[in-house]
Write a protein that binds this ligand. Structure first.
Ligand SMILES: *Cc1c(COP(=O)(O)O)cnc(C)c1O
Length: 391
């Protein structure tokens, strides 16, 4: 059967290199177009591409087949017309916001957004004369009052640390009534549990470093939305903002996406078991997990592995952290491994306009990411560490 001639070899090699051939050799995994540039066959082809009459890759900052493969997969999952990959979640957030705001604009953001998004608003946007107002996304009257005249409504649901879970469809509806464009950070829920575009949100952002990648081996971001809005963001990113996703990272993300639904169901089940265990623990004052209280807000169909809890007085958080064995001390989340961030550490770092109190963090709070090790082992690890740290 293997009777390929040198000519066939050449033909296969040509197919593998062709930018529109993502499944060369019928490979189940697409090849990585690990290249910075793409050459042209003729002056005419080059000129037509420059004039925009022909769409084909020229330079990887603009268009790369492997990156495109991931972008199309993600747009499919979010149910949007298009998507664009970025070198980080913050690259996606900053490029998206900067593509739409002008000096004199005001944006409205839900309180307790991801701390580095808050820093983008408080440091760079203020310098560009863009005003930012924060609202409690659970208070729809306050949101409706803040929206008139705003350029953009920035949402994150559930929010970092405090885990406010919003009625995303209702908030998007309020914004639409006031002609305000909506953006949401959907990293926590992923399209498996929340599809904001189908709830009326204009642009959906992910830190792909978290669940989309899922293996803690890539830093990346993505924004999904209509063809027109992604084209606007692309028009700023390609020429000069430039925080574009790289081919290898796109390939890792496409690999991660294949197991996303499976991983999310495991994170959900085990995090709920761990959260309920903590809620029943005498050393724990409260647990901030959207799946513990009342019904989930409309549109949120499941919960993930990231939540926080607050100790009662009498537990030494530093000793607790040092006594953990399975839970590693580390930032980020969304991978296979379980992680712990003590609120005290975050508070000691954040000063001035970055005050940790702005994010609703208490010195007795702890953020956990429940990975894939199994809930039994993880609750045993927490119990032992709490025992070692109770004064
Ligand atoms: C990590 C994170 C980001 C930033 O993403 P990076 O990929 O680290 O730049 C944004 N939003 C949320 C909710 C995050 O957890």
């Amino acid at each position: 059967m293997n009777d390929l001639s040198p000519d066939d070899d050449f033909e296969h090699a040509r197919l593998l290199l062709a930018h529109d051939e993502s499944h060369a050799f019928d490979a189940v995994v697409p090849p990585i177009a690990q290249t910075s540039l793409f050459t042209f066959g003729s002056f005419q082809e080059m000129e037509e591409t420059y004039l925009g009459r022909r769409v084909r890759p020229t330079y990887t900052r603009g268009l790369n087949p492997t990156v495109r493969f991931f972008e199309e997969k993600l747009a499919g999952l979010e149910g949007t017309e298009d998507a664009m990959g970025f070198a980080s979640g913050m690259g996606a957030i900053s490029s998206t916001v900067l593509a739409f705001v002008e000096p004199g604009d005001r944006i409205v953001a839900v309180r307790h957004v991801y701390p580095d998004a808050y820093r983008l608003f408080e440091i760079l946007l203020r310098r560009l004369k863009v005003e930012v107002t924060y609202v409690d996304g659970l208070d729809h009257d306050a949101v409706a009052k803040a929206l008139p005249g705003a350029r953009l409504f920035y949402m994150e649901s559930p929010t970092s640390w405090v885990m406010d879970a919003h009625d995303v469809g209702a908030l998007a509806g309020l914004a639409r009534d006031h002609g305000v464009m909506t953006v949401i950070d959907n990293s926590w829920a992923t399209p498996v549990f929340q599809k904001p575009a189908q709830l009326g949100v204009d642009l959906v952002i992910h830190s792909a470093s978290k669940y989309l990648g899922g293996h803690s081996d890539v830093v990346a971001g993505v924004v999904a939305g209509t063809r027109a809005s992604i084209a606007t963001i692309r028009a700023h990113t390609y020429p000069y903002l430039g925080a574009k996703l790289s081919p290898f990272d796109a390939w890792l993300l496409a690999r991660g996406l294949r197991t996303l639904p499976l991983r999310m169901r495991a994170h959900e089940a085990d995090a709920l078991l761990v959260a309920r265990h903590l809620l029943a623990h005498e050393a724990v004052e409260s647990v901030q997990h959207p799946g513990l209280g009342n019904a989930l807000p409309p549109g949120l169909t499941g919960t993930s592995g990231l939540f926080s809890f607050t100790f009662r007085e009498g537990v030494d958080v530093a000793r607790f952290a040092d006594a953990l064995e399975l839970f590693k001390l580390g930032v980020s989340w969304g991978g296979h491994e379980s992680l712990c961030v003590p609120g005290r550490v975050v508070l000691s770092q954040n000063q001035g306009p970055n005050s940790g109190h702005a994010f609703g963090i208490s010195p007795r709070s702890v953020r956990l990411h429940v990975g894939l090790e199994g809930a039994g082992a993880l609750t045993a690890d927490l119990d032992a560490a709490i025992g070692a740290a109770t004064l």
